[in-house]
Design a protein around this ligand. Structure first.
Ligand code: ADP
Length: 450
């Protein structure tokens, strides 16, 4: 007998989403997402922080209505909470005033009591909560709380279990245990849970669970590539096949989060008026000079895989990529493929005094389009003072996919460190940095004026 084709449970058609008031371009979080979840699919949504994974999974669960596009469940257009979908949240989302038992039973309060009890008893055993039925959430460890979160999601026998970074608030060992337990449920032909959507930024976790890994790119969030994972459950993360898929995804994610930035340091020579439309300045990643200098000294003379570097730096991968990107924009690191190595200028910075480091960064910042425009903008103001609100408006126009306020803070941070600009906090004015008489170029950056 040939197995019948698994039916499509959930379908997203041309879904886009913006938070806030009216869908202006710069607030777009998701763009034109088309995605199906069929029976027995395990879909992992993988991508850098802020690319819209949580938003997407909430749209799938019907907890957020998308600004545009449609959600179908078993072919029926949905506008509210999706039937057959249950959600597990990163921070458990338990009611503190209810016991474990009451929290778990919430979704099936309308069923007959005997049915509630039967389901509860089975589930408490499945998720290892038997002894905690009458405890309150505050009496439980993080791992136990998440067991309650999972039990509450499973009690209504959902067809799709959606999980938003379910293990990332837990310590490594607890996360590993819970991951294995969910893996066992998926592998158990007698357990009804066969279909899942999991949000993660952890590549191994995605490959451990998924039949398909959907890699998202950011600004706006969109599907970059879908990678099928055809490995039997339970999966062995030490097997060569597993490692090969992880390596492939590493490379994909690196390309997605660390695209080629080679032309971003070219100086723009057009006049400001036309320049805004003709060039696309690249924003400076939201990191500070100290983080870049710290990363440089860690990289040293070695060549690193960006994932090893993240491990060594002790930070989340996408956070490290931001620092790497900033260092690359400034010409201090280069990133052939997924490797990271220092440039001659990076070496010079490492060997230099604090003043030399500042001088080098100042010269490099001046070469960035975004700083070049900022300096010119200040220069064309009648009194050579740029109002903060005008800069925010400019940033919104120049970088439509960025939030202007964080970008403003990053520019200010770097510009002041490098003694390029000054900021008058009370008057909210930005001007070019001028050295006070008697100060040598080597003296430290001034404290905020005003
Ligand atoms: P991810 O899960 O990939 O980190 P999110 O879906 O949480 O991404 O967020 C995507 C973008 O949407 C981010 O820029 C985030 O700041 C923004 N965002 C998320 N939730 C809200 C909200 N409730 N209101 C406004 N912006 C939001």
């Amino acid at each position: 007998m040939t197995p019948s084709k698994p039916s499509i449970l959930l379908e997203l058609r041309a879904v886009s989403h913006e938070y806030g008031n009216g869908g202006s371009e710069h607030e777009r979080v998701l763009q034109d997402i088309n995605l199906n979840v069929a029976e027995h699919d395990v879909v992992a949504l993988l991508g850098p922080s802020g690319c819209g994974k949580s938003t997407l999974v909430r749209i799938m669960a019907g907890l957020i209505s998308p600004s545009r596009g449609e959600l179908y469940y078993r072919g029926e257009r949905q506008t509210g909470v999706s039937p057959g979908v249950a959600m597990v949240f990163q921070n458990f989302a338990l009611f503190p005033w209810l016991t474990v038992r009451e929290n778990i039973l919430l979704p099936i309060g309308s069923l007959p009591e005997a049915e509630q009890k039967a389901r509860l008893d089975t589930l408490l055993a499945t998720v290892g909560l038997g002894a905690y039925e009458h405890s309150f959430p505050r009496e439980l460890s993080g791992g136990m709380k998440q067991r309650v979160g999972i039990a509450r999601a499973l009690i209504a026998s959902p067809e799709i279990l959606c999980m938003d970074e379910p293990f990332s608030a837990l310590d490594v060992l607890t996360a590993e245990t819970l991951r294995n337990e969910i893996g066992r449920l998926l592998a158990d032909p007698n357990h009804p849970l066969r279909t899942m959507v999991i949000v993660t930024h952890n590549i191994e976790e995605a490959v451990f669970f998924a039949t398909r890994v959907v890699v998202l790119a950011a600004h706006p969030g969109r599907v970059e590539v879908v990678v099928p994972v055809d490995l039997p459950y339970p999966r062995d993360s030490d097997s060569p096949a597993f490692k090969a898929i992880v390596a492939g995804l590493h490379a994909t994610l690196t390309r997605t989060t660390m695209p080629d930035t080679a032309d971003t340091t070219k100086v723009v020579t057009q006049k400001l008026d036309g320049a805004r439309r003709r060039i696309a300045p690249v924003s400076l990643p939201a990191v500070n000079p100290g983080e870049v200098l710290g990363l440089l000294s860690l990289v040293g003379e070695d060549e690193w895989d960006v994932f090893q570097l993240a491990e060594r730096f002790g930070k989340e991968f996408t956070a490290v990529v931001r620092v790497v990107k900033a260092a690359e924009l400034l010409g201090l690191l280069e990133t052939p493929g997924q490797d990271v190595r220092i440039t001659p200028l990076g070496r010079e910075i490492l060997a230099g005094s604090t003043d030399r480091q500042r001088d080098i960064i100042r010269e490099q910042l001046k070469c960035l389009k975004i700083f070049e425009l900022l300096i010119r903008l200040i220069g064309v103001q009648p009194d050579k003072q740029l109002r903060e609100e005008d800069l925010l408006t400019e940033l919104q126009a120049l970088l439509p996919h960025e939030k202007p306020r964080p970008q403003f803070r990053t520019l200010l941070n770097w510009g002041r460190y490098a003694e390029l600009i000054s900021y008058h906090q009370r008057k909210r004015l930005i001007s070019l940095y001028t050295r006070r008489s008697g100060r040598t170029p080597a003296s430290p950056a001034p404290k905020e004026q005003g």
